[in-house]
Design a protein around this ligand. Structure first.
Ligand SMILES: [Fe+2]
Length: 311
Protein backbone atom coordinates (compact mmCIF):
# COMPACT_ATOMS: atom_id res chain seq x y z
CA UNK A 1 0.00 0.00 0.00
CA UNK A 2 1.18 3.52 -0.75
CA UNK A 3 0.11 6.51 1.36
CA UNK A 4 0.85 9.90 -0.14
CA UNK A 5 0.71 13.14 1.81
CA UNK A 6 -0.19 16.12 -0.33
CA UNK A 7 0.59 18.62 2.44
CA UNK A 8 3.89 17.29 3.82
CA UNK A 9 2.40 16.20 7.13
CA UNK A 10 4.91 15.15 9.83
CA UNK A 11 5.30 11.40 9.34
CA UNK A 12 5.77 10.24 12.93
CA UNK A 13 2.60 11.99 14.07
CA UNK A 14 0.64 10.60 11.11
CA UNK A 15 1.77 7.08 11.90
CA UNK A 16 0.77 7.44 15.56
CA UNK A 17 -2.68 8.65 14.51
CA UNK A 18 -3.21 5.83 12.02
CA UNK A 19 -1.36 2.94 13.60
CA UNK A 20 -4.33 0.52 13.38
CA UNK A 21 -4.68 1.11 9.65
CA UNK A 22 -0.93 0.62 9.15
CA UNK A 23 -0.92 -2.60 11.18
CA UNK A 24 -3.76 -3.98 9.03
CA UNK A 25 -2.00 -3.00 5.79
CA UNK A 26 1.15 -4.77 6.93
CA UNK A 27 -0.79 -8.04 7.05
CA UNK A 28 -2.76 -7.44 3.84
CA UNK A 29 -0.09 -5.97 1.53
CA UNK A 30 3.03 -6.76 3.57
CA UNK A 31 4.32 -3.21 3.21
CA UNK A 32 3.42 0.48 3.38
CA UNK A 33 5.20 3.16 1.36
CA UNK A 34 4.97 6.66 2.84
CA UNK A 35 5.57 9.34 0.21
CA UNK A 36 5.40 13.13 0.38
CA UNK A 37 5.58 13.34 4.18
CA UNK A 38 7.86 15.56 6.24
CA UNK A 39 10.07 12.88 7.74
CA UNK A 40 12.26 15.32 9.68
CA UNK A 41 15.72 13.94 8.97
CA UNK A 42 17.30 11.03 10.81
CA UNK A 43 15.76 12.01 14.15
CA UNK A 44 12.34 12.17 12.54
CA UNK A 45 12.91 8.82 10.86
CA UNK A 46 13.78 7.25 14.19
CA UNK A 47 10.65 8.78 15.73
CA UNK A 48 8.59 7.47 12.80
CA UNK A 49 10.10 4.00 13.18
CA UNK A 50 9.43 4.03 16.92
CA UNK A 51 5.82 5.04 16.17
CA UNK A 52 5.37 2.19 13.69
CA UNK A 53 6.84 -0.44 16.03
CA UNK A 54 6.27 -1.40 19.65
CA UNK A 55 10.05 -1.45 20.27
CA UNK A 56 13.07 -0.65 18.10
CA UNK A 57 16.05 -2.97 18.01
CA UNK A 58 19.51 -1.67 18.74
CA UNK A 59 21.74 -4.73 18.77
CA UNK A 60 21.84 -5.77 15.12
CA UNK A 61 25.36 -6.82 14.13
CA UNK A 62 24.83 -7.20 10.39
CA UNK A 63 24.46 -3.50 9.51
CA UNK A 64 26.69 -0.51 10.38
CA UNK A 65 25.19 1.99 12.85
CA UNK A 66 24.15 5.42 11.57
CA UNK A 67 22.93 7.19 14.71
CA UNK A 68 24.19 7.96 18.20
CA UNK A 69 21.01 6.42 19.62
CA UNK A 70 22.01 3.12 17.95
CA UNK A 71 18.50 2.67 16.55
CA UNK A 72 19.27 3.66 12.95
CA UNK A 73 21.60 1.77 10.61
CA UNK A 74 23.15 2.27 7.20
CA UNK A 75 21.77 0.02 4.46
CA UNK A 76 23.76 -3.07 3.52
CA UNK A 77 27.14 -1.98 2.12
CA UNK A 78 27.18 -3.84 -1.20
CA UNK A 79 28.55 -2.87 -4.63
CA UNK A 80 26.05 -0.60 -6.36
CA UNK A 81 26.26 -2.38 -9.71
CA UNK A 82 25.09 -5.65 -8.13
CA UNK A 83 21.58 -6.62 -7.06
CA UNK A 84 20.97 -7.44 -3.40
CA UNK A 85 19.03 -10.69 -3.69
CA UNK A 86 15.78 -11.37 -1.89
CA UNK A 87 16.10 -12.11 1.80
CA UNK A 88 14.08 -11.84 5.02
CA UNK A 89 16.13 -9.74 7.40
CA UNK A 90 17.98 -11.81 10.03
CA UNK A 91 16.03 -14.97 9.13
CA UNK A 92 19.36 -16.82 9.30
CA UNK A 93 19.78 -15.94 13.00
CA UNK A 94 17.89 -16.76 16.18
CA UNK A 95 16.14 -13.39 16.43
CA UNK A 96 14.66 -11.30 13.67
CA UNK A 97 12.58 -8.14 13.29
CA UNK A 98 8.87 -8.33 12.52
CA UNK A 99 9.12 -4.87 11.02
CA UNK A 100 11.81 -3.10 9.05
CA UNK A 101 11.87 0.49 7.84
CA UNK A 102 13.91 2.07 5.06
CA UNK A 103 14.38 5.83 4.68
CA UNK A 104 15.59 7.31 1.41
CA UNK A 105 17.80 10.34 2.06
CA UNK A 106 18.93 10.46 -1.55
CA UNK A 107 17.62 8.34 -4.43
CA UNK A 108 19.83 6.72 -7.05
CA UNK A 109 20.26 8.66 -10.29
CA UNK A 110 19.31 5.45 -12.05
CA UNK A 111 17.95 2.12 -10.74
CA UNK A 112 18.17 1.20 -7.04
CA UNK A 113 14.50 0.19 -6.75
CA UNK A 114 13.36 -1.70 -3.68
CA UNK A 115 12.00 -5.13 -4.53
CA UNK A 116 9.64 -7.07 -2.28
CA UNK A 117 8.32 -10.61 -2.62
CA UNK A 118 5.43 -12.00 -0.58
CA UNK A 119 6.40 -15.28 1.13
CA UNK A 120 2.76 -16.42 1.26
CA UNK A 121 2.50 -16.27 -2.52
CA UNK A 122 5.93 -17.87 -2.90
CA UNK A 123 4.87 -21.03 -1.08
CA UNK A 124 1.74 -21.24 -3.24
CA UNK A 125 3.95 -21.40 -6.31
CA UNK A 126 6.88 -23.52 -5.24
CA UNK A 127 6.60 -27.25 -6.07
CA UNK A 128 5.13 -29.29 -3.20
CA UNK A 129 8.13 -31.62 -3.20
CA UNK A 130 10.48 -28.71 -2.55
CA UNK A 131 8.33 -27.23 0.21
CA UNK A 132 8.08 -30.58 1.92
CA UNK A 133 11.86 -31.00 1.93
CA UNK A 134 12.51 -27.49 3.24
CA UNK A 135 9.80 -27.87 5.90
CA UNK A 136 11.15 -31.19 7.05
CA UNK A 137 14.89 -30.46 7.03
CA UNK A 138 15.12 -26.70 7.50
CA UNK A 139 18.44 -25.05 6.70
CA UNK A 140 21.95 -24.79 8.04
CA UNK A 141 23.65 -21.46 7.43
CA UNK A 142 27.40 -21.59 7.65
CA UNK A 143 29.22 -18.33 8.00
CA UNK A 144 32.97 -18.19 7.90
CA UNK A 145 34.38 -15.01 9.41
CA UNK A 146 37.72 -14.28 7.82
CA UNK A 147 39.55 -11.22 9.09
CA UNK A 148 39.16 -8.31 6.64
CA UNK A 149 36.28 -9.87 4.70
CA UNK A 150 32.68 -8.82 5.51
CA UNK A 151 31.67 -8.03 9.13
CA UNK A 152 33.92 -9.53 11.83
CA UNK A 153 32.60 -12.11 14.29
CA UNK A 154 33.31 -9.58 17.07
CA UNK A 155 31.00 -7.05 15.36
CA UNK A 156 28.39 -9.58 14.31
CA UNK A 157 27.98 -11.22 17.71
CA UNK A 158 28.99 -8.16 19.78
CA UNK A 159 31.69 -10.03 21.72
CA UNK A 160 35.37 -9.39 22.47
CA UNK A 161 36.91 -12.86 22.59
CA UNK A 162 36.39 -16.38 21.28
CA UNK A 163 35.52 -17.58 24.77
CA UNK A 164 32.90 -14.86 25.05
CA UNK A 165 31.56 -15.95 21.67
CA UNK A 166 31.32 -19.57 22.81
CA UNK A 167 29.61 -18.53 26.05
CA UNK A 168 27.16 -16.31 24.22
CA UNK A 169 25.98 -18.66 21.51
CA UNK A 170 26.53 -22.16 22.89
CA UNK A 171 23.00 -22.26 24.29
CA UNK A 172 21.38 -20.98 21.10
CA UNK A 173 22.20 -23.97 18.92
CA UNK A 174 25.19 -22.53 17.06
CA UNK A 175 28.21 -24.68 16.30
CA UNK A 176 31.63 -23.00 16.27
CA UNK A 177 34.74 -24.16 14.48
CA UNK A 178 37.66 -21.80 15.07
CA UNK A 179 41.10 -22.64 13.71
CA UNK A 180 42.25 -19.19 14.90
CA UNK A 181 40.76 -15.80 15.77
CA UNK A 182 41.23 -14.88 12.11
CA UNK A 183 39.18 -17.76 10.72
CA UNK A 184 36.01 -18.61 12.63
CA UNK A 185 33.18 -20.68 11.20
CA UNK A 186 29.75 -20.57 12.82
CA UNK A 187 26.90 -22.86 11.75
CA UNK A 188 23.30 -22.32 12.66
CA UNK A 189 20.38 -24.62 11.95
CA UNK A 190 16.98 -23.05 11.56
CA UNK A 191 13.76 -23.04 9.52
CA UNK A 192 13.25 -22.28 5.84
CA UNK A 193 9.57 -21.43 6.27
CA UNK A 194 8.02 -19.46 9.10
CA UNK A 195 4.80 -20.29 10.92
CA UNK A 196 2.77 -17.17 11.70
CA UNK A 197 0.25 -18.37 14.28
CA UNK A 198 -1.72 -15.15 14.72
CA UNK A 199 -2.60 -15.27 11.02
CA UNK A 200 -2.74 -19.06 10.85
CA UNK A 201 -0.40 -18.94 7.89
CA UNK A 202 3.05 -19.83 6.75
CA UNK A 203 5.59 -17.91 4.65
CA UNK A 204 8.84 -18.51 2.80
CA UNK A 205 11.35 -17.03 5.27
CA UNK A 206 15.06 -17.42 4.72
CA UNK A 207 18.23 -16.17 3.06
CA UNK A 208 18.90 -18.97 0.57
CA UNK A 209 19.41 -16.45 -2.24
CA UNK A 210 21.96 -14.47 -0.20
CA UNK A 211 23.95 -17.47 0.99
CA UNK A 212 23.87 -20.15 -1.70
CA UNK A 213 26.90 -20.16 -4.03
CA UNK A 214 24.63 -20.71 -7.06
CA UNK A 215 22.76 -17.50 -6.31
CA UNK A 216 25.86 -15.29 -6.28
CA UNK A 217 26.53 -12.89 -9.16
CA UNK A 218 29.01 -14.42 -11.63
CA UNK A 219 31.79 -11.97 -10.77
CA UNK A 220 31.48 -12.59 -7.02
CA UNK A 221 31.35 -16.36 -7.54
CA UNK A 222 34.44 -16.21 -9.77
CA UNK A 223 36.35 -14.10 -7.23
CA UNK A 224 35.49 -16.35 -4.28
CA UNK A 225 36.29 -19.48 -6.31
CA UNK A 226 39.86 -18.27 -6.64
CA UNK A 227 40.30 -18.41 -2.86
CA UNK A 228 37.82 -20.94 -1.48
CA UNK A 229 36.40 -24.35 -2.17
CA UNK A 230 32.74 -24.05 -3.06
CA UNK A 231 31.54 -25.58 0.21
CA UNK A 232 33.79 -23.23 2.18
CA UNK A 233 32.66 -19.89 0.79
CA UNK A 234 32.36 -17.19 3.50
CA UNK A 235 28.58 -17.65 3.46
CA UNK A 236 26.90 -20.90 2.50
CA UNK A 237 23.62 -22.65 3.17
CA UNK A 238 22.65 -26.31 3.12
CA UNK A 239 19.61 -28.37 3.99
CA UNK A 240 19.38 -28.85 7.75
CA UNK A 241 20.98 -32.31 7.52
CA UNK A 242 24.04 -30.82 5.80
CA UNK A 243 23.15 -32.07 2.31
CA UNK A 244 23.48 -29.64 -0.61
CA UNK A 245 20.54 -27.68 -2.02
CA UNK A 246 20.48 -28.54 -5.74
CA UNK A 247 21.33 -25.82 -8.24
CA UNK A 248 18.01 -26.36 -10.06
CA UNK A 249 16.11 -25.76 -6.84
CA UNK A 250 17.96 -22.49 -6.24
CA UNK A 251 17.01 -21.41 -9.77
CA UNK A 252 13.37 -22.27 -9.10
CA UNK A 253 13.40 -20.30 -5.83
CA UNK A 254 14.93 -17.35 -7.63
CA UNK A 255 12.34 -17.51 -10.44
CA UNK A 256 9.35 -17.82 -8.09
CA UNK A 257 10.46 -14.99 -5.80
CA UNK A 258 10.97 -12.82 -8.87
CA UNK A 259 7.52 -13.73 -10.24
CA UNK A 260 5.95 -12.68 -6.93
CA UNK A 261 7.90 -9.42 -6.73
CA UNK A 262 6.76 -5.83 -6.60
CA UNK A 263 9.25 -3.15 -7.55
CA UNK A 264 9.21 0.25 -5.85
CA UNK A 265 10.91 3.22 -7.43
CA UNK A 266 12.60 5.19 -4.70
CA UNK A 267 12.12 8.92 -4.24
CA UNK A 268 13.78 11.29 -1.78
CA UNK A 269 12.10 11.25 1.68
CA UNK A 270 10.29 7.96 0.99
CA UNK A 271 9.89 5.71 4.01
CA UNK A 272 9.13 2.06 3.32
CA UNK A 273 7.72 -0.03 6.17
CA UNK A 274 7.95 -3.78 5.55
CA UNK A 275 6.44 -6.77 7.34
CA UNK A 276 9.62 -8.85 7.47
CA UNK A 277 7.70 -11.99 8.47
CA UNK A 278 5.89 -11.99 5.13
CA UNK A 279 8.05 -10.10 2.66
CA UNK A 280 11.54 -10.80 1.39
CA UNK A 281 13.31 -7.64 0.26
CA UNK A 282 16.14 -6.75 -2.05
CA UNK A 283 17.58 -3.87 -4.05
CA UNK A 284 18.25 -3.52 -7.77
CA UNK A 285 21.59 -2.27 -9.14
CA UNK A 286 21.98 1.50 -9.35
CA UNK A 287 24.20 4.41 -10.20
CA UNK A 288 24.62 7.64 -8.24
CA UNK A 289 24.90 8.33 -4.53
CA UNK A 290 21.83 6.48 -3.23
CA UNK A 291 21.56 6.98 0.56
CA UNK A 292 19.28 4.74 2.60
CA UNK A 293 18.95 4.35 6.36
CA UNK A 294 17.32 1.43 8.14
CA UNK A 295 15.51 0.71 11.41
CA UNK A 296 14.31 -2.62 12.81
CA UNK A 297 11.64 -3.37 15.38
CA UNK A 298 9.45 -5.86 17.21
CA UNK A 299 11.85 -8.76 17.46
CA UNK A 300 10.81 -12.40 17.49
CA UNK A 301 12.93 -15.33 18.38
CA UNK A 302 13.27 -18.91 17.37
CA UNK A 303 12.47 -20.35 20.78
CA UNK A 304 9.16 -18.49 20.94
CA UNK A 305 8.14 -19.64 17.46
CA UNK A 306 9.13 -23.23 18.24
CA UNK A 307 7.01 -23.08 21.40
CA UNK A 308 4.07 -21.60 19.47
CA UNK A 309 4.23 -18.39 21.46
CA UNK A 310 4.18 -14.86 20.15
CA UNK A 311 7.08 -12.59 20.98
FE1 LIG B 1 18.20 -6.51 4.22
Amino acid sequence: MQITSTSREPLARWIRQHRDRIDAALWDDGHVLFRGFDVGGLDGFEDSAASACDALYRHYGDLPLASASENVYFATPYPKHLEIRFHNEASHTQTWPSRQLFFCLEPASEGGEWILSDGRRVIERLPAEMLERFRELGLVYRRRFIRGLDASWEQFFKVGSLQELRDKIASTGHEIDASSENDVTVSYRTHALLQIPERDTEAWFNQVLLHHPDALPNEVHALLSKHFRRDQFPRTVFFGDGSPIPTEWVRTIDRVLTECAVRIETQAHDVLLVNNLLMAHGRLPYSGNRQIRVALGDMRDHAAVAAGELA
